[in-house]
Design a protein around this ligand. Structure first.
Ligand code: ADP
Ligand code: MG
Length: 229
């Protein structure tokens, strides 16, 4: 579970302090699917990046599975990023000249698994419906396919948490729907998902919507699911 307590992120620009996050507290239980929404500049990415240890807070704490992220040693942070959380970004960040397979295998290599990784890589590609593109270069895929490869890469180490920042931000409606269906499948399989989105329809597919404004949480509501998953 994730416990965010009194989190603040302050930027000092000139003589004024700017609070990208201001006293944010939030608990996310295991297996939840939470959408974080709000206008551009409201602090969504800052919050997600701190959750992922890509950024650090000015004050306050984040505890994941009982461990305060601020107290992790370098080695533990690397392990946290590689195995505890899986990241999905708006811009995919694949290695364009690598094959789809090699992109998905990368986190396993980084974790020191240099043997035959085909079982895990193929399972991850299967989960996003792209096993047939395994040997293609990443750059030859459509944007929607590239984002599905990025999701396969995020789940290949079987993380408990998936952190997605505007995963559909660069996609058309059809591809957005595919990506949202994959996230819903992962949620059903037991993953905890925190997804930043400014799209109300995508947010409505989560179980819970946290809305931010000016670095603060202004609402936190369960959604009414209109169809049985
Ligand atoms: P969102 O993802 O909701 O659009 P962000 O978390 O990216 O918002 O940004 C929150 C606010 O923090 C924005 O106003 C942004 O301009 C500001 N901000 C982000 N990074 C910096 C920085 N390095 N220096 C100053 N302000 C920053
Ligand atoms: Mg953002």
């Amino acid at each position: 579970m994730i416990s965010i307590d009194d989190l603040t992120k302050k930027y000092v620009t000139g003589k004024t302090d700017f609070f990208a996050l201001s006293n944010v507290s939030l608990q996310i239980a295991d297996g939840e699917f939470v959408a974080v929404t709000g206008k551009s500049g409201s602090g969504k990415s800052t919050l997600l990046n701190i959750l992922g240890t890509l950024d650090s807070p000015t004050s306050g704490s984040v505890t994941v599975d009982g461990a305060n992220l601020a107290n992790l040693a370098h080695r533990q942070i690397a392990q946290y990023r590689n195995k505890t959380v899986g990241f999905v970004f708006q811009a995919f960040y694949l290695e364009p000249s690598y094959t789809v397979y090699d992109n998905v295998e990368l986190p396993l290599i980084l974790a020191g698994k240099v043997g035959d990784n085909s079982g895990k890589v193929n399972a991850a590609l299967q989960a996003v419906g792209l096993l047939n593109k395994s040997s293609e270069k990443a750059r030859t895929l459509s944007g929607g396919e590239q984002q599905r490869v990025a999701i396969a890469r995020a789940i290949v180490n079987d993380p408990s948490y998936i952190l997605a920042d505007e995963p559909c931000g660069n996609l058309d409606t059809t591809n957005s729907n595919k990506v949202m269906e994959i996230l819903a499948d992962l949620h059903r399989s037991g993953k905890t998902i925190v997804m930043v989105t400014h799209d109300a329809e995508d947010a409505a597919r989560a179980e819970r919507i946290v809305t931010m404004s000016d670095g603060k949480i202004v609402s936190d509501e369960k959604t009414v699911q209109t169809h049985l998953a």
